[in-house]
Design a protein around this ligand. Sequence first.
Ligand SMILES: CC(C)(COP(=O)(O)OP(=O)(O)OC[C@H]1O[C@@H](n2cnc3c(N)ncnc32)[C@H](O)[C@@H]1OP(=O)(O)O)[C@@H](O)C(=O)NCCC(=O)NCCS
Length: 199
Amino acid sequence: MNLTFFKRFRMEIGLTGRYIPEPVLPAGYRFLPWSPTLLERHAEAKYRSFRAEIDANVFPCLGEYAGCLRLMEEIARKQGFLPEATWLIAKGETLTAKGEAGKVSTGTTGGIEYCGTIQGIRDSRGVGAVQNLGVTPEHRGLGLGACLLLKALRGFQAEDLPRAFLEVTAQNEAAIRLYEEMGFRRARTVYKAVEVAYT
Ligand SMILES: CC(C)(COP(=O)(O)OP(=O)(O)OC[C@H]1O[C@@H](n2cnc3c(N)ncnc32)[C@H](O)[C@@H]1OP(=O)(O)O)[C@@H](O)C(=O)NCCC(=O)NCCS
């Protein structure tokens, strides 16, 4: 095995006194608040958002549906898990909460599409931690990523958290630009060691 180091930035934003607007989604999209019945839908959106991206190399679990499901289960079980900062975006027919969870998504053809996901937790120091923000490739560039981030930040504010942070891989320019436009600033550089098999 070979160790590869990925450069990552820890980015932070102050929330106290900051105006964070309620985001407005483009027509046809809607927010789904957290419900345990949507756990698999979050995992699906996460998997389709990350499977072909740099972060699937940094965190191999993001490159597999089973890994994303496990990750979602771990996040939802965490003591500091914040439902208010955890959102899913769906596109397609509207169903009741029960039907939504029971409906099988068909990806890009008809039915309900789960296009984006974000999760938030309160860390041990009382700071909001953004988990994996992801928008599926077919729905990028429409503002969905920014909308999800705003929803999560408003969720942290509703819990009176003074600050929020996230980590982003240095090569992920689209995400860094989004975070900087939102007001996040680089606080620290960290390196994530990943074991890569020799080929
Ligand atoms: C990063 C990601 C969530 C952005 O989602 P999105 O819905 O396309 O983003 P938005 O449409 O809301 O774009 C908001 C801003 O992000 C930046 N941005 C988004 N895509 C970009 C791109 N391809 N290149 C450069 N900047 C980009 C821009 O600043 C943009 O603002 P603008 O439209 O005013 O130029 C999405 O690309 C994604 O899921 N990537 C793979 C998963 C990932 O890496 N997540 C981040 C983990 S830290």
